[in-house]
Design a protein around this ligand. Structure first.
Ligand code: PGA
Length: 256
């Protein structure tokens, strides 16, 4: 199983800025074949990014995939402002981030909606990255593992057998965009717990499911985090917005 290093750009970068980024980034990752790289730009830039990546791949070998940051679970209809899985399929999108903490906490997404999105993504042939993680209050009350367990069981309800086509991202809410990352020990504790849970849910068929860490990952802490046995990659926010910094994070994971 190769590491997955994924970029979540959130609401950043216009089409022009996305193309400029790819001009720098794509040539830099040409020789990095042992790691899988994913970029999730905003919806508006997906089409241009997809065309650019496809054209580049025709001439060069690069292990990069495109991801979406969210989607709705219905194919089409009266859902103003939403994007459907078939729209993502059309753009050669491979991954979709589901249940990111900003979706949960700013936009009020709950486990049942997240579960519907997970089911729909799997049925549509997209590889979902299910995001889970506790708030600082929950951690201080000793509820970290129970919160993560609830989010995982509910998010995966009915699709446990599809776990080989799903990745998980553990992103403690208190570490996202704060500059305070989980320590490698804190990450490992939760990742180990998540690994045992998905092993149970999938009846042992979880060897293709990666558990990513997310939350203030940068080129300084990436190496220590990836050294942990159950950390299988990263979901990177702010540090992925600069192509050189993101490249540095990727190469840090290669040297372990
Ligand atoms: P961050 O965001 O790297 O800026 O903390 C991570 C994420 O939200 O996925």
């Amino acid at each position: 199983m190769s590491y997955l290093i994924a970029a979540n750009w959130k609401m950043n970068k216009t089409v022009g800025e996305t193309l400029e980024y790819l001009d720098i980034f794509l040539p830099s990752i040409k020789d990095l074949k042992s790691v899988e790289i994913m970029i999730a730009p905003p919806f508006t830039a997906l089409s241009s990014a997809s065309i650019k990546i496809d054209a580049y791949k025709r001439e060069n070998e690069v292990n990069i995939k495109l991801g979406a940051q969210n989607m709705y679970y219905v194919e089409k209809g009266a859902f103003t402002g939403e994007i459907s899985p078939i729209m993502l399929n059309e753009l050669n999108v491979d991954y979709v981030i589901i249940g990111h903490s900003e979706r949960r906490h700013i936009f009020g997404e709950r486990d049942d909606l997240i579960n519907k999105k997970m089911i729909s993504a799997v049925e549509s042939g997209l590889r979902p990255i299910l995001c889970i993680g506790e708030t600082i209050e929950e951690r201080e009350q000793g509820k970290t593992l129970s919160v993560v367990e609830r989010q995982l069981r509910n998010g995966l309800s009915g699709i446990e057998k599809d776990l080989p086509f799903i990745d998980i991202a553990y992103e403690p809410v208190w570490a996202i965009g704060t500059g305070v990352n989980a320590t490698p020990e804190q990450a490992q504790e939760v990742h180990l717990f998540v690994r045992s849970l998905i092993n149970e849910l999938s009846k042992g068929n979880d060897s293709k499911t990666r558990i990513l860490y997310g939350g203030s990952v940068n080129d300084k802490n990436a190496r220590d985090l990836i050294k942990e046995k159950n950390v299988d990659g990263f979901l990177v926010g702010s540090a992925s917005l600069d192509p050189e910094k993101f490249y540095k994070i990727i190469t840090e994971t290669l040297e372990v």
